[in-house]
Design a protein around this ligand. Structure first.
Ligand code: NAP
Length: 269
C-alpha cells in the first residue's frame, strides 16, 4: 500500500512542487486547493506522469477546501480517510500574501483577520486533526505488534523567511509566518513520544504566482547580492527538502527548521 500525503495549497506553486516530488517517490497524494479546480487538475495529471517516470503507480485526488474554515478542514480530513484510509504526511503549505501591501501604519484589520485565519488558524487546526488521526493509526499498529508494517508519520509546515525578516509593507504576513515558527516546536514536543516527527520548511524567494507581482524587484535584489546563491528558488527546491525528510534521513530529529533560501538567512559582514 502506498504511503499517503495531504498537501494543502497544492494546485499551484510550492505545493505543486512538493506533490510532484512525493509522486515520484510513490506517494498517493491529496491535492487541496481553494478555488482553482483547473490548476488542481493539472497538478494531478502532472503527479500521475511524474510517478510513471519512476515506475510508480499512485493515486492522486483533488480536494477543494478553504483551510481557514473549520467545516472545510473536517470535510478535507474525512475525504482523506474515506479515499485513502491512512495518512503518512501532512504538508501545511497553503498560505496567502496580503491582498494589498500596505504600510504597517495603514494596514487594515480586515486583511489581518483573513490572513491570520488562512496562514495560522488553518495550519494549527488542520495539524490538530491530522495528528489525532495519526495517533489513532499508531494505536492500531501498536495492537498489531510485530506484524505491523513500519509507519513513521510526519507533519511539515511551510513558513517563510518572513518569519524573521521584517517587511513593513506586509506586517500581517510576517507575523503569520512567525507564528508558524512556534507551531512546529509545539507539535514536535507533543507528538515526539508517539513517533510523529514535525518539521518546518522556511523557503526564501521562490518563483511562483505569489511572487509574480514583485518579480522585477526581486530580480534586481538577487542580482545585487541579496542571496548568497544568486538565483530564484523553485518549487522543486522545496519539494526536494520534503523528499529528504520523508526518506527517513533524520530518524532522531524533530522540530527542525530547514532553510530553503539560497543562504538568505546567513549573516554576512
Ligand atoms: P501560490 O502560488 O499563491 O499558491 C497558493 C496555493 O494555496 C494555491 O494552491 C491556492 O489554491 C492555495 N490556497 C490559497 N488560500 C487557500 C485556502 N484558504 N485554503 C486552501 N488552499 C488555499 O503560493 P506559493 O508561492 O506556492 O506559496 C505556498 C506557501 O509557501 C505559502 O504558505 C507561502 O506563504 C509560502 N512561501 C512562499 C514563498 C515564495 O517566494 N513564493 C516564500 C516563502 C514561503 P488555488 O489555486 O485554488 O487558489
Amino acid at each position: 500500500m502506498n504511503p499517503v500525503a495531504l498537501i494543502t495549497g497544492a494546485s499551484r506553486g510550492i505545493g505543486r512542487g512538493i506533490a510532484l516530488e512525493l509522486a515520484k517517490l510513490g506517494y498517493d497524494v491529496m491535492i487541496n486547493y481553494l478555488g482553482n479546480a483547473e490548476a488542481a487538475g493539472q497538478t494531478i495529471a502532472a503527479c500521475l506522469a511524474a510517478a510513471q517516470t519512476t515506475g510508480r503507480t499512485i493515486r492522486a485526488v483533488s480536494a477543494q477546501a478553504d483551510i481557514s474554515r473549520a467545516a472545510d478542514r473536517q470535510r478535507l480530513l474525512a475525504l482523506a480517510r474515506s479515499t485513502f484510509s491512512r495518512l503518512d504526511l501532512l504538508v501545511n503549505n497553503a498560505g496567502i500574501a496580503p491582498r494589498t501591501r500596505a504600510d504597517l501604519l495603514d494596514a487594515s484589520e480586515e486583511s489581518f483577520d483573513h490572513l491570520i485565519a488562512v496562514n495560522v488558524k488553518g495550519p494549527f487546526f488542520l495539524t490538530q486533526l491530522a495528528a489525532q488521526w495519526m495517533l489513532e493509526q499508531q494505536a492500531v499498529r501498536a495492537q498489531a505488534g510485530a506484524a505491523a508494517e513500519p509507519f513513521h508519520p510526519k507533519i511539515v509546515t511551510v513558513s517563510s523567511i518572513s518569519a524573521y525578516a521584517a517587511s513593513v509593507n506586509r506586517g500581517d504576513y510576517c507575523m503569520s509566518k512567525a507564528a508558524l515558527t512556534m507551531l512546529t516546536p509545539l507539535f514536535a514536543a507533543r507528538l515526539a513520544a508517539d513517533g510523529i516527527q514535525v518539521f518546518e520548511l522556511r523557503p526564501g524567494i521562490i518563483d511562483t504566482d505569489m511572487t509574480a507581482p514583485v518579480r522585477a524587484k526581486y530580480d534586481a535584489l538577487i542580482a545585487s547580492g541579496l542571496t548568497p546563491m544568486p538565483r530564484w528558488g523553485t518549487p522543486a527546491d522545496v519539494g526536494q527538502a520534503v523528499v529528504a525528510i520523508v526518506q527517513e534521513r533524520f530518524p532522531f530529529s524533530t522540530g527542525e527548521v530547514f532553510n530553503v533560501d539560497g543562504g538568505f538567512h546567513l549573516r554576512r559582514l
